[in-house]
Design a protein around this ligand. Structure first.
Ligand code: PLP
Length: 458
């Protein structure tokens, strides 16, 4: 028998990602029915400021009519054609040209996939493919970081450095070494300065390369600002130091810009904010504002030439996805990037960064807040049981989940990541909406503190 409400039907039929299935059977879904600019509405008509832009992705806001038109037009003209075996379509071609124009100068070729995870799996395969072409098949290992997030498929989930994505799944399944998370607040030793912390991480990276053998390390992958692991900004000098090591030991440098890309940090790409030059860059999310699934791998000419030589030798590039670079997704991507440019949304992110970041830093004095961190329009507020010792609440994650629930009650959507509240509003956000976000978050923090006291946790 079919149940008669969407709520019950969801419980009956859907398995949700990143959800405790048993808890979901009890509480059911929060059904979002409508979006408008920076706001979304639930099935009861309650309005929320979307403080996470979907999943760090809806740059131009919800229900942007130009994207709807671009999709409808492409849908009716040519909804699909493969891009295998020399086939091409105008939106895919024009978007590739646009991406090459926008990205760091030396990245000159584009390969499309449907998601960030597929893009990172593809990068793993491309890197292996290159080293096989170069006659060094033993150069296969990846360096990644603890708390890094690169997706959940078998290879990308192996690069991810979060136990929650690996436990129970037999990951990592590819050779990867996870280095220390470059987050001073949590990972520095007692009294260690930021400069000393950076030096120690770079020493660790070099020692790892030497002990594993540089001839076995293929690539280093990282997010310029780490997102899904809890929004961690790197210490000064970290990225240039990593880049120098990559050059010294002939290791490819991959910037995972799935969250950072297209203005999130206040500059077009996170690698520009942190001053390094990747060989490969992975983008998705804000590429289409997540209206359509699409990811783009950007590669340097040097990378492309090696791959191209091998395809000639083997006869083909034996890799590609049926819907990778779907014409509707590419048309939406093109229009989305046009809006970002015309409305100067990257400039907006840079202009409003201080208002958001310094506004959030005012919560540093709050009894629950251990650290506020972030750059541009992405931030994390880490909650602690004890500010002096940085001790977390037990069990990890509960307090931020309560804070996120309180924020939703206040009409603000944020994301709880372990003990941290992740904040990443649409790039179209206004000054008044930044203030609204801060006000609602402040109330949610106060209510969370009351809750913690009532529970005897404080
Ligand atoms: N890389 C980064 C940095 C991400 O943040 C994500 C998703 O959050 C991914 C990769 C995976 O992308 P997707 O969820 O589209 O597979």
């Amino acid at each position: 028998t079919r149940s008669n409400s969407l709520h019950e039907t969801d419980i009956a039929y859907q398995v949700h990602p990143y959800t405790n299935a048993r808890a979901h059977e009890e509480q059911g879904p929060m059904i979002i029915t409508k979006g408008d600019g920076c706001y979304v509405y639930d099935s009861e008509g309650k309005k929320y400021l979307e403080g996470l832009a979907g999943l760090w992705s809806v740059a131009v806001g919800f229900s942007q009519p130009r994207l709807v038109e671009a999709a409808a037009k492409q849908m009716s003209e040519l909804p699909y054609i493969q891009n295998f075996a020399h086939k091409a379509h105008a939106p895919g071609i024009l978007l590739a040209e646009k991406l090459v124009e926008m990205t760091p100068e030396h990245l000159t070729k584009v390969f499309y996939t449907n998601s960030g995870s597929e893009a990172n799996d593809t990068v793993v395969k491309f890197v292996w493919f290159m080293n096989n072409m170069l006659g060094r098949p033993e150069k296969k290992k990846f360096l990644a970081r603890n708390k890094g997030y690169h997706g959940i498929t078998v290879a990308s989930g192996s690069l991810t450095g979060l136990p929650g994505n690996q436990k129970g799944f037999d990951l990592p399944a590819i050779p990867v070494v996870h280095l220390t998370c470059p987050h001073h607040y949590r990972w520095a030793e007692e009294g260690e300065s930021e400069a000393d912390f950076t030096a120690r991480l770079l020493k660790e990276a070099e020692e790892t390369i030497l002990s594993e053998g540089p001839e076995t390390i293929a690539a280093f992958i990282g997010e310029p600002v780490m997102g899904a692991g809890g929004v961690m900004t790197p210490p000064e000098g970290y990225w240039p130091g990593i880049e120098a090591l990559c050059r010294k030991y002939d290791i490819l440098l991959i910037s995972d810009e799935v969250i950072n890309g297209f203005g999130r940090t206040g500059q077009p790409f996170g690698c520009q904010t942190y001053g390094f030059t990747p060989d490969i860059m992975v983008t998705s999310k804000q590429l289409t504002s997540s209206y359509m699934p699409l990811a783009a791998i950007m590669m340097s000419d040097a990378v492309y030439q090696i791959i191209a030589d091998y395809t000639e030798q083997l006869g083909t590039l034996g890799h590609g996805f049926t819907a990778g670079g779907n014409p509707v997704a590419c048309a939406v991507g093109l229009e989305n990037l046009a809006i970002i440019e015309e409305q100067d949304l990257m400039g907006n992110a840079a202009r409003l960064a201080d208002r958001l970041q310094s506004g959030l830093r005012q919560f540093s004095d709050h009894e629950l807040v251990g650290e506020v961190r972030g750059v541009g329009l992405i931030a994390g507020v880490e909650l602690v049981a004890d500010k002096a010792t940085k001790k977390s609440f037990e069990p990890g994650g509960k307090i931020a989940a309560v804070a996120a629930k309180m924020a939703a009650e206040e009409g603000l959507i944020v994301r709880n990541i372990y003990e941290t509240i992740g904040i990443c509003p649409p790039l179209i956000i206004t000054e008044a909406q930044v203030d609204e976000l801060l006000e609602k978050l402040g109330r949610a923090l106060d209510r969370t503190l009351e809750w913690a006291k009532a529970e005897g946790l404080k």
